[in-house]
Design a protein around this ligand. Structure first.
Ligand code: ZN
Length: 410
């Protein structure tokens, strides 16, 4: 088929449907501290950030609070794909013993709303597909993915394991080529690309030329994938949201380990091509849990209110009403604080004392107040202070989000 013919076809598709197809790819580059990323030359990430933006970000939940989350790889991936912290998704380490699949992944949200949509995973670690997304598991209801390219780390014949982790470098490269190929040709509606080598160099050498070289290599691999995005946008008029991030930082002392709650371990970063980044992205430090609401927003995806009320993040693109939810005891009163992004409008506050959602059952919420968003604060009735647990759901014109009161679960 000639390019000209494709363009004519494309014109027909756009003029009959009236809107461009929206697609998402998110890429996790493992364990790159923000200060390292900013030090190393990364022309491809810079190119993406120039279209959209770059921000330092964080992982790890509320430090010292009920949602504190280990700065460990699989834990962070699952925070990204469920939009919740570990107190909900229940992945606490890389063993992934008992994920709580009632907190849906973005893959499940998309497939549930639009069964005909296509999803893909291109990954140097098989568990992302089989355990975190839970493809093929009855509990998740997610069948085999439309595009899956992983498991090479288990093929020790083709990729013999060497201490220097060259085999991981090779697999990352292979994965990036396949991702670039599939995104260019089949263009799944939602894709996850995961590359690991940077983390291996971090563990082995810490802050070092080896880690820096691995970051440069990862940048090249991202560039390969981004070329496919540019091709799709140009040739097919699709609108792509590209999100590149890391899952955790590393210890300040030597840059080797991670898992704790130090500033450098908690600090991550986000690079995106999104042109409609909001003031929250621009002025605050976003979190890994903000990526899922951003994907929902880009895909114009509606999810059930009960699911939305469990989300811990805020969209980084488009209009938002509030961010920075905080539920604290202040001078003996229970106070909910937030930051407002609007000049008018209201937030409805719903409260549930049960948490049946964790078992996949409905909770009964009662409306406890409707408050002007610009107030940025609401004092809860005293009786709730005595409770061990309750959760709030905030519903405003532009968003729905939730927060827990769980003073004894730290
Ligand atoms: Zn990691």
């Amino acid at each position: 088929m000639s390019n000209k013919f494709i363009l004519i076809l494309l014109f027909l598709v756009i003029s009959t449907t009236g809107f461009a197809q929206k697609k998402v790819v998110f890429i996790i580059l493992d364990g790159i501290p923000a200060d390292v990323l900013e030090k190393v030359a990364t022309p491809h990430l810079d190119e993406i950030a120039k279209i959209g933006g770059y921000s330092r970000a964080y992982t790890g939940g509320i430090k010292g609070g009920y949602s504190e989350t280990p700065t460990i790889s699989a834990v962070g991936y699952n925070s990204l794909i469920t939009g919740t912290w570990a107190n909900k998704h229940n992945v606490w380490d890389n063993d992934i013993v008992a994920p709580n699949y009632h907190y849906w992944t973005i893959f499940k949200m998309l497939k549930n709303a639009r069964p005909a949509s296509t999803i893909g995973v291109f990954s140097t670690w098989q568990d992302n597909r089989t355990k975190l997304i839970g493809a093929g598991l009855a509990e998740t209801g997610i069948k085999a993915l439309d595009y899956a390219f992983d498991s090479f780390e288990l093929d020790t014949l083709s990729y013999p394991h060497d201490l220097g982790k060259k085999y991981i470098q090779k697999i990352d490269n292979l994965v990036s080529f396949e991702a670039a190929y599939q995104l260019k040709t089949n263009a799944p509606d939602l894709s996850w690309v995961y590359l690991e080598y940077t983390d291996d160099m971090g563990h082995q050498f810490g802050d070092s030329p080896e880690l820096h070289a691995a970051v440069e290599l990862a940048d090249t691999q991202v560039g390969r994938i981004f070329d496919s995005i540019k091709y799709r946008e140009e040739m097919f008029g699709e609108e792509w949201l590209v999100l590149v991030t890391t899952d955790h930082g590393r210890k300040a002392s030597d840059g080797k380990d991670h898992g704790g709650q130090s500033d450098r371990e908690r600090e991550t970063w986000i690079v995106t091509n999104a042109k409609n980044l909001n003031d929250y992205f621009k002025n605050e430090k976003p979190a890994v849990v903000d990526l899922l609401p951003s994907m929902l927003r880009h895909l114009d995806l509606e999810i059930p209110k009960s699911n939305a009320g469990e989300l811990d993040g805020v969209s980084l693109i488009g209009a938002i009403d509030f961010s920075g939810l905080e539920l604290i005891e202040d001078s003996g009163e229970l106070v909910l604080n937030w930051k407002s992004y609007v000049k008018e409008g209201e937030v409805e506050l719903y409260l549930s004392t049960s948490n049946n959602y964790q078992q996949g059952l409905p909770d009964r919420y009662e409306l406890i107040g409707t408050v002007s968003t610009i107030n940025q604060s609401f004092q809860l009735p005293k009786k709730y202070k005595e409770l061990d647990f309750f959760k709030l759901m905030l519903v405003s014109p532009a968003q729905t989000a939730g927060i827990w009161w769980s003073p004894n679960k730290k």
